[in-house]
Design a protein around this ligand. Structure first.
Ligand code: ZN
Length: 260
């Protein structure tokens, strides 16, 4: 891919842009909860956490879920505190949280939040899509002997995806709709700013978003990357207008102070 030649923009350009459009999509990644001990869903968890086990051996499945996947329910640290303050600035249209642990305040009550990988405190009926709060059902879950059913007759499953499970179609569509639209078969952007905070760029959804956004954006669309992991050279591979390699909480705090 060719790199576009750009002159360095001042931070004021970003602030004015955020205030003018108020339609940023904020993408949150695992580095904002790296000090939290939680169970990452990967090949190693597959034998204990999969659909077949949920149906055949529900007791084993739900006990693993309660003791490993569900805990801890929330992460609170310097970074999540600043991110919640940034969200309060109302410069966004959507928050895309790739973490399974709760990081955003009132996560189950917000309509500006999409969690493509699911949330470890939320279960869902596959039929009527009703949500249930897992932490309020701990005793029932650990004693379960039969597959968990909703009053509508549908199966209840965790919203946290199993390793290798595809994104829920509705959620995948919501993610796309927050960023892209199609006019006469031609893709266009609906957000003027994509802000990546502590994300893992090897995550397939994240890399798809940043590449597609980069391919479509013009001078009026900004990509912002905040990371404490990548070097400046690594960041510029992704062609952001603004890239910060610093402590995440300090970087966001500076941004908030200028927006105010
Ligand atoms: Zn149901």
């Amino acid at each position: 891919m060719l790199t576009k030649k750009k002159t360095k923009l001042p931070i004021e350009a970003l602030i004015n842009h955020l205030k003018e459009y108020k339609d940023a999509v904020i993408v949150l990644g695992p580095d904002i909860i790296k000090d939290t001990v939680y169970c990452e869903i990967n090949e190693g968890t597959y034998d204990s956490y999969n659909r077949k086990l949920m149906i055949k051996e529900p007791n084993k499945f739900w006990n693993f879920y309660v003791s490993k996947v569900m805990m801890p329910m929330a992460a609170t640290n310097k970074m999540t505190v600043q991110i919640n303050k940034l969200i309060d600035m109302n410069i966004h249209s959507c928050i895309l949280d790739t973490n399974i642990v709760k990081t955003v305040r009132d996560d189950d009550k917000r309509d500006d939040l999409i969690s493509p990988n699911g949330k470890n405190n939320i279960l869902e009926c596959v039929k009527c899509h009703k949500h249930l709060e897992a932490h309020k059902m701990v005793n029932d879950l650990t004693e379960i002997q039969k597959p968990l059913k909703c009053e509508c007759g549908g199966n209840i499953k965790p919203t946290v995806l199993y390793h290798g499970e595809k994104y829920n179609m509705n959620i995948y569509k919501a993610v796309k709709d927050a960023i892209f639209t199609e006019e006469n078969g031609k893709p266009e952007l609906v957000t003027h700013t994509l802000i990546f905070i502590g994300v893992d760029f090897t995550d397939s959804l994240v890399s798809e978003l940043i590449d597609s956004y980069d391919a479509l954006k013009d001078d009026n669309h900004y990509t912002v990357i905040v990371t404490d992991k990548l070097s400046r050279e690594d960041i510029y591979y992704y062609n952001p207008e603004f890239g910060v390699t610093d402590d995440i909480d300090a970087a966001i705090k500076r941004l908030i102070d200028i927006i105010k």
